[in-house]
Design a protein around this ligand. Structure first.
Ligand code: NA7
Length: 535
């Protein structure tokens, strides 16, 4: 049987893969997308757990590139639910006629570069082999789910789900005794949603996070019309902020205003929609320890006001990191959930989990029985999806070995020794540290131009130089110096207690902000793909 060959292969049919496919098809290039799931949507195809929704304003999360889609699609809420977002992505796929170029149920096991032919050979888990000139990875930052390393996980006899693999068919939660392990952005959404829908909800918390209200609401007709008339300004605003959101830092420093004015401002941002409470703050609050401590205390007092039992409130207030130095979960009635008689908080620092039993969870003080255990225990973030495919580059080098102590890339888009592989949405690029769609649009546009350039100039090989790669990685490391965010253990900084070796700082993200990143990309192109070797 002849091997299936494509000029370009994209792995992943999520937000990034969908747009990349559209752009490649626009050039008239032969391309296919390999997707492990049974449909397009990536993250939004998978995360079907109760309460899953955006923390980005819906109208900043949609693609900006197609006016017709922008005008035809109505977002029903300021922060859309998972099912609405999945419908949106399916709508885009149909509208742009992309489905016929996607192959589902295709799990890529390995990809090996042929140094003579300048091609990649991909092997799927069903044994099929495909080859391609250019390999584009759009495999997601949060797509390698991790279960906790607790004894007995396999012994449990009730229903148990990792939030990422929540079943497609409805799970009957009414009247059930439910446990949730994990209090990150996902756990916070699940807990808030389930609190009044189950008989008993027991939360196993290792470290609390600083959460703040989402302030979601429906989009009425007038607002809908307003949004549609102002997409240009919305995207311009997002393009100007470091995080690619509507929210950017206030120009003032913390001590430039009186205490009264400061408190008034903080009240305002606490009562504003979305990430304003995090990203719309005084410019030094996320950077300087002093102002960060004062703001953290302001938020701690909000938690104390919202949670009736003082002891529970204290348990929910982070003591090991300041506000905003980890991903801030946005919530709707999260803290109020703990005021309910059927919701129980177990601090696993006081009473560690000893094991999962066939009937439930045993901590050092007691065993509790459950009908359902929800693992909201997160991901082997950013590099995990790469580690789960065996990428073999020049000289047989495995990417997982090269990245053993952390990723090394050039612009987060290419890795020296892995020619013709474009790591869209990979580590050390802009997408990880900002609103995902605007960031991937920039990366996809750049990659599209590159492929066009290679075709026009008859290049069959592109590779980052080791010098350019070392320079970029050094720059990332330098930018971590002193940054508050990098002093805190979280998936941003590469920590995961459930993955071997992920117990020290890894240089995962670019901290320079999306506008600067885009300027860098443009300058690389202007200078004839500076830092790359074309052949
Ligand atoms: P996160 O933010 O990584 O959260 C995972 C949570 O699970 C976190 O509270 C962990 O505690 C907890 N966890 C993990 N392993 C264990 C064990 N073994 N025992 C107890 N608790 C554990 O993942 P999310 O899915 O919530 O969010 C990921 C991103 O998805 C999010 O930021 C959004 O951008 C979308 P820890 O804090 O490590 O002590």
């Amino acid at each position: 049987m002849a091997q299936e060959h494509h000029e370009v292969i994209i792995i992943g049919a999520g937000v990034c893969g969908i747009y990349m496919l559209h752009r490649i098809l626009g050039m008239g290039v032969d391309v296919t997308v390999l997707e492990a799931a049974e449909g397009p949507g990536g993250t939004w195809f998978r995360n079907r757990y109760p309460g899953a929704r955006f923390d980005s304003e819906s109208y900043t999360y949609g693609y900006s590139f197609n006016e017709e889609i922008l005008q035809e699609w109505d977002w029903s809420e300021h922060f859309a639910s998972q099912s609405e977002t999945l419908s949106y992505l399916e709508f885009v796929v149909e509208k742009l006629d992309l489905r016929g170029h996607m192959q589902f149920g295709c799990k890529v096991d390995s990809a090996r570069f042929d140094d003579e032919a300048n091609t990649w050979t991909l092997v799927l888990s069903d044994g099929r082999e495909l080859t391609t000139g250019i390999l584009v990875t759009a495999i997601g930052m949060l797509s390698a789910a991790t279960l906790p390393r607790i004894e007995g996980v396999e012994d449990y006899e009730g229903q148990a789900f990792h939030t990422y693999y929540w079943p497609h068919e409805p799970v009957d939660m009414a009247g059930k005794r439910v446990a949730v392990i994990g209090t990150g952005a996902t756990g916070v959404q699940v807990i808030s949603e389930l609190a009044d829908k189950v008989a008993e909800l027991t939360v196993y918390q290792r470290r609390p996070n600083w959460c703040a209200p989402l302030h979601n609401g429906p989009i009425d007709e007038d607002t809908q019309a307003e949004i549609k008339a102002s997409y240009d300004e919305i995207f311009e605003r997002c393009a100007a902020t470091p995080g690619g959101f509507l929210h950017g830092p206030d120009r003032r420093a913390f001590d430039e205003v009186s205490e009264e004015e400061r408190l008034e401002f903080w009240e305002k941002i606490y009562n504003s929609r979305g990430f304003e409470v995090w990203l719309g703050n005084f410019r030094d609050v996320l950077v300087e320890t002093g102002p960060n401590e004062v703001y953290s205390e302001f938020i701690a007092n909000k938690i104390r006001e919202r949670v009736h039992d003082p002891e529970t409130a204290e348990k929910l207030i982070p003591k090991d990191h300041g506000f905003g130095t980890r991903r801030v979960p946005l919530e709707t009635n999260y803290y109020e959930a703990y005021n309910r008689d059927n919701v129980h908080l177990v601090d696993v620092n006081e009473t560690p989990i000893e094991r999962i039993t066939p009937g439930g969870i045993k901590t050092s003080d007691q065993e509790r029985e459950f009908d359902i255990i929800v693992y909201a225990t997160g991901f082997d973030a950013i590099t995990g999806a790469f580690d789960r495919i065996e990428f073999v580059g020049v000289g047989g080098q495995k990417l997982a070995d090269k990245w053993r102590d952390g990723p090394i890339t050039y612009m987060g888009l290419q890795v020296a020794g892995y020619p013709n592989m474009l790591t869209l949405a990979g580590p050390q690029g802009a997408s990880v540290s900002s609103n995902f769609p605007p960031a991937i649009e920039a990366g996809v546009n750049w990659a599209t131009e590159l492929i066009q350039f290679m075709r026009e100039n008859h290049y069959s090989r592109i590779e980052a130089t080791p010098e350019a790669e070392a320079g970029w990685t050094r720059e990332i490391m330098d930018s971590y110096e002193g940054a508050l965010l990098t002093q805190t253990k979280s998936w941003f900084t590469g920590y995961n207690s459930n993955v071997d070796g992920h117990d020290k700082l890894r240089y995962m993200i670019y901290l320079g902000g999306a506008p600067t990143y885009r300027e860098r990309l443009a300058s690389i192109t202007e200078h004839g793909y500076e830092g790359f070797r074309l052949a």
